[in-house]
Design a protein around this ligand. Structure first.
Ligand SMILES: O=C1O[C@H](COP(=O)(O)O)[C@@H](O)[C@H](O)[C@H]1O
Length: 262
């Protein structure tokens, strides 16, 4: 089993710089042996980090080979793509819309909007059959070997990652690569998410977590070997995935972990 590496910096800009350098490293290594770089993104606070790392950082931005990227989402909310809750929408607003004119856009795999029900897809009387169809459709977009070069993850204050929540039955899902969830404790309730078989098959996984608000959950993840939090279970994946954490100093204050600079 590879042990997770933790990279910590005091400032947010330095965390973003470290994330950007890691993305470039994985991008370049993927393109040495293949035609595309397959990366999965998350929502939440990651959007701002991606903008700082891939758009604003002038050392990194010119080295991103957007035309060779194939983008997936580690989880997505069942809402239209321009809805404020959409993880694609966040990436679009923060990153895609900021790409310099003339840049060839990456191939971005979104949920199939035509399968949404109700005005915003979250209408009461939600259609479970449709959610299953949306998950299956998204699963069909994954690479055949369901191998992603890099999965960027967040860690919620409750320890959730992707849309895998503490104690939820989806933590045990082994048959589907993409599952739907209709009872997410964090709104919106209807989502789709990667399951463990996809996470376990990645080349590399990188968590990004910042702020003192994340310190209590990082304490549990790193100080309590018996923790069953989703982010802990992913950190401890034993299939040879290279797992890294990119944090700021405030997030690991009091956490029993040896961190280095990237
Ligand atoms: O709901 C979600 O939350 C997690 C964590 O978000 P953060 O803002 O605490 O970083 C995110 O990774 C996931 O993609 C999103 O759907």
């Amino acid at each position: 089993m590879m042990s997770p590496k933790v990279y910590s910096h005091a400032e947010s800009a330095d965390v973003a710089n470290a994330v950007g350098k890691h993305v470039l490293k994985l991008q370049n290594s993927a393109l040495e042996s293949g035609l595309t770089f397959k990366i999965a993104l998350s929502g939440g606070s990651l959007g701002k980090v991606l903008k700082k790392a891939l758009i604003d950082n002038q050392d990194i931005a010119p080295k991103v080979k957007w035309d060779k990227w194939e983008v997936f989402f580690s989880d997505e909310r069942i809402v239209p793509l321009d809805h404020p809750d959409s993880n694609f929408g966040l990436f679009n607003e923060m990153v895609l819309k900021s790409l310099p004119e003339g840049t060839t856009k990456p191939k971005v795999n979104t949920i199939n909007e035509s399968l949404l029900t109700g005005q915003d897809g979250q209408a009461s009387g939600a259609d479970q059959a449709k959610d299953i169809e949306i998950a299956k459709d998204y699963q069909s977009k994954l690479p055949k070997d369901h191998k992603l070069d890099l999965i960027l993850l967040g860690c919620g204050p409750d320890g959730h990652t992707c849309s895998l929540f503490p104690g939820h039955q989806l933590l045990n899902e082994r048959n589907e690569l993409i599952s739907y969830i209709s009872d997410s404790p964090k709104p919106p309730p209807r989502r789709i998410t990667f399951t463990f078989p996809v996470l376990e098959n990645a080349v590399s996984i990188a968590f990004v977590a910042e702020g003192e608000g994340k310190a209590p959950i990082l304490k549990e993840i790193f100080n309590d070997p018996s923790s069953k939090l989703p982010s802990k279970l992913v950190t401890d994946i034993k299939t040879g995935v290279d797992v890294n954490w990119f944090v700021n100093d405030a997030a690991i204050n009091g956490v029993d972990v040896i961190a280095s600079k990237y």
